[in-house]
Design a protein around this ligand. Structure first.
Ligand SMILES: [Zn+2]
Length: 172
């Protein structure tokens, strides 16, 4: 089943042949974060792929993963490359170190999941929220509903985490 949708003016298509991404986004549509765990070496991987990047086994099972982590790096976008994103600038693209499998199989290869900073209901974050977030911020996963059968995983502030002092790029 091919998924065709539109998110903020951008076409999003998942081919019916892309079984790994169809399964991944099927879970996301239910607001659940699942990743593939290798049946041979048990490592969880991201993004969805046909074989394990560490041991090459094609066999995997889908497992629920806690959608929490720490901002590893970020980009603050001031010039939207899509017209529909213009009203949301500045917005953040976050690269988040998952708590799950942190530092495994090596600190460089641990799982990092990319998403935008969003409000708890999955809308791109307003400027006052953007300014609070930097490297080290604790975040939790939320979902932006796009179409039946498709939601995008995003990140929002983890309200349960103690407030830290995230590092942000020097502002102009
Ligand atoms: Zn493996």
């Amino acid at each position: 089943m091919t998924i065709t949708a539109n998110y903020l003016g951008m076409p999003l298509d998942i081919s019916g042949l892309d079984t790994e991404n169809l399964e991944y986004f099927r879970h996301c549509a239910a607001h659940a974060f699942h990743l593939q765990a290798c049946s041979a070496c048990n490592l969880i991987r991201y993004p969805p792929t046909t074989a394990c990047p560490w041991c090459a086994s094609p066999d995997a099972r889908w497992v629920p993963v806690d959608g929490r982590g720490t901002v590893h790096s970020y980009t603050e976008v001031h010039h939207a490359i899509q017209p529909a994103f213009k009203n949301h600038t500045p917005y953040l693209i976050l690269m988040v170190d998952l708590d799950t499998q942190k530092g495994v199989p090596s600190p460089e290869e641990a799982i990092r999941v990319v998403g935008n900073l969003a409000t708890p209901d999955g809308v791109l974050a307003p400027p006052d929220m953007v300014r609070k977030v930097g490297i080290g911020t604790r975040v939790r996963m939320v979902f932006s509903d796009v179409a039946p059968g498709l939601a995008l995983p995003q990140w929002t502030l983890d309200e349960a985490a103690p407030p830290g002092t995230p590092w942000r790029y020097p502002q102009e």
